[in-house]
Design a protein around this ligand. Structure first.
Ligand code: F6P
Length: 328
């Protein structure tokens, strides 16, 4: 007989649209399988502090469409310390919580992994990050909404760029990953995309602009936040101004609008499916793994593999060539 009777659920790290849909799925699956579900507020920080709430089917009503996370999120310093993790363990035992579902990104899974090694406590992870930088799932929860937010914003920038004959440098999120930049850049018909996985250098960008079509009314360069070419978007703007005095250049940083908003249908469905699979996974003895979706199949990937940022095919030469061909 399975000894799991009470599952704790938390969201941690940067929020992502679809986290609420994931929480709802975990709670409803827990209830379906006759479990108690405990919500943990503010991620690992709330776990250390014992900030717990009982969840029932009504506490997750009408949240599937809401951005952010009703459980709040945080980046916990205390959970990084052995003392903090001991407190967290004591809180779990005192509250009769037998297993955890943690929704977040690589920092969340790294913390969870340390905790499992110390306390042998069952934990399953759900990939909740707009960056899509986890191995073991084709897409993370929040990514689809974020790239759609980006294309909606950049389409608007294109309108004004086209009217004024301007070149825009647009920074999008992705501290360590260019996947938001790559997909949204293709989606908006960007003239160039700069991503940290393929740092080609300022020279390459300048050569492309020199050889690019001169009769285009506007040009859009999408830059991932983590890309270091030119030392940031404002520097790139200055360098290009010097090099191409004929271009009227503007810089736009999209920032945290990319993390908010109502989740897309893709994210709601992904979060719902993975949330139910996380509970079923725990009941079937899974732990120390992230549940993701690969080619429509549910897949469990050990945390230390999931955090390896491997999504190499999508930042590889074939995709970059695609960008080059399409920007002619
Ligand atoms: O959620 C991931 C992410 O969006 C990164 O791309 C970005 O660098 C980071 O969060 C910024 O988060 P914050 O402003 O919360 O530190």
């Amino acid at each position: 007989m399975n000894k799991i009777k009470n599952i704790g659920v938390l969201t941690s790290g940067g929020d992502a649209p679809g986290m609420n849909a994931a929480i709802r799925a975990v709670v409803r699956a827990g209830i379906y399988y006759d479990l108690k579900v405990t919500g943990i507020l503010r991620g690992f920080e709330g776990l250390v502090m014992g900030d717990f709430i009982d969840m029932d089917r009504k506490s997750v009503a009408n949240i599937i469409q809401r951005g952010g996370t009703i459980l709040k999120t945080a980046r916990s310093e205390s959970f990084r310390t052995p003392e903090g993790r001991k407190k967290a363990y004591d809180q779990l035992i005192a509250n009769n919580i037998d297993a955890l579902v943690v929704i977040g990104g690589d920092g969340t899974f790294t913390g969870a992994n340390v905790f499992i090694k110390e306390y042998n406590f069952p934990i399953i992870g759900l990939p909740g990050t707009i960056d899509n930088d986890l191995a073991g799932t084709d897409f993370t929860i929040g990514y689809d909404t974020a790239i759609n937010t980006v294309i909606n914003a950049v389409d608007k920038i294109r309108d004004t760029a086209e009217s004024h004959n301007r070149l825009f440098i647009v920074e999008v999120m992705g501290r360590d990953s260019g996947l938001i930049a790559l997909r949204s850049g293709i989606g908006v018909g960007a003239e160039a995309i700069l991503i940290p996985e393929a740092e080609k250098g300022m020279e390459d960008l300048i050569t492309r602009l020199e050889h690019g079509r001169k009769d285009k009314a506007s040009k859009i360069i999408i830059v991932a936040e983590g890309d270091e070419v030119g030392g940031g978007v404002f520097n790139i703007g200055e360098i290009l101004k010097d090099k191409f005095p004929g271009y009227d250049i503007r810089v736009s940083v999209l920032g945290h609008i990319q993390r908010g908003g109502s989740p897309s249908c893709m994210d709601r469905v992904l979060a719902s499916r993975l949330g139910v699979s996380a509970v079923e996974g725990l009941l079937n003895g899974h732990s120390g793994e992230m549940v993701g979706q690969i080619n429509l199949e549910i897949a469990f990937t050990p945390f230390d593999q999931a955090t390896k940022h491997i999504n190499i095919e999508e930042v590889g030469p074939a995709w970059l060539k695609l960008v080059e061909i399409l920007s002619l």
